[in-house]
Write a protein that binds this ligand. Structure first.
Ligand SMILES: C[S@@+](CC[C@H](N)C(=O)[O-])C[C@H]1O[C@@H](n2cnc3c(N)ncnc32)[C@H](O)[C@@H]1O
Length: 286
């Protein structure tokens, strides 16, 4: 029998629910198993890293700080190009995964478990990346502090490459929950997404129906990114935040074609790219 999306969600209510923490289960499942199952994702990573290399004007053996690095999918490509990568993620299992891959592939890089809000680098990196929509997790005040820490981590002239969720790309989710699913090896991943126009928050829930009849749901934990709740900033808001962080706005790009600055108007990309730079003769910033 072919199941429609609503049948799935109705059936899901009857299953035994098992809660799993972000690190024990979700981080690995969602950022590795699920991500690696997305058609074309490795080509996308490759194009993304080529684009980072170009727009951040990376010189040979440049130092790159990859915040919220996940399982190191992009860090691996940066390292293979000869850049010195430091990856930080809050999920220990993802950091372990990245370290294992680097060891297996003979790559060099440093991976640390940590909260990106607590980095304390001072003028060390030629570029800092936050990839795949990893900006907007913490609320306006803390997101601004994060930009300030990124600015401090950069050498003068160093680049911040930040992928964020644009409100334009999410407006089709306003006022309704959009449900979708995909089949995986052990069952089905179900997604429920919506956009809160008032708070400009993109919200998302993911859960899994296993073939054994259980339903896996994320356990709420402070500080972990389990259910998605991400602030979608407009370019104007981001520019104001850059101004407060003493970062110079360079451009806004689409994460769909990696080719050129976006034209004005609502974005068609789910996650967009903000490129900024620490001024060469910058002023001291908090
Ligand atoms: C959207 S994923 C992106 C992962 C990776 N950059 C990629 O493109 O595959 C967001 C990542 O942020 C991490 N994360 C969430 N909160 C964090 C925090 N406070 N500090 C560091 N990493 C965090 C999650 O563990 C997850 O790996």
């Amino acid at each position: 029998m072919k199941l429609g999306t609503s049948n799935f969600f109705e059936r899901a209510k009857m299953l035994e629910v098992v809660e799993k923490t972000w690190n024990e289960f979700w981080a690995y499942y969602y950022r590795i198993e699920h991500r690696h199952n997305i058609p074309g994702i490795f080509d996308w990573d490759k194009n993304l890293v080529d684009f980072i290399e170009t727009v951040c004007e990376l010189k040979p053996s440049a130092r790159v700080l990859d915040l919220a690095c996940g399982g190191g999918d992009q860090a691996k490509l940066l390292s293979a190009k000869g850049y010195r990568v430091t990856g930080i993620d809050i999920a220990p299992c993802l950091v372990e995964f990245a370290k294992d891959i680097f060891a297996k592939e003979g790559l060099s890089g440093e991976f640390l478990v940590g909260d990106m809000r607590k980095i304390g680098y001072d003028s060390e990196f030629d570029a800092c990346t936050l990839l795949s929509g990893s900006f907007g997790f913490f609320g306006d005040a803390e997101d601004l502090e994060l930009l300030k820490s990124i600015r401090r981590s950069l050498v003068p002239g160093g680049y911040a490459f930040v992928m964020y969720l644009s409100p334009g790309a999410r407006s089709n989710l306003t006022g309704r929950k959009v449900r979708s699913w995909c089949e995986m090896k052990d069952g089905w991943d179900l997604f429920e997404n919506w956009f809160d126009e008032e708070t400009k928050m993109y919200r998302g829930r993911t859960f899994i129906i296993r073939r054994d009849g259980t339903m896996i749901v994320p356990k709420s934990q402070p500080g972990y990114h389990a259910d998605e709740s991400i602030r979608c900033y407009s370019v104007e808001e981001l520019k104001a935040m850059l101004n407060e962080s003493d970062l110079e706005y360079i451009g806004n790009y689409s994460s769909k074609d990696f080719s050129r600055p976006k034209s004005r108007g609502p974005s068609a990309s789910a996650s967009d790219i903000l490129l900024a730079r620490r001024p060469i003769a910058g002023t001291a910033c908090g």
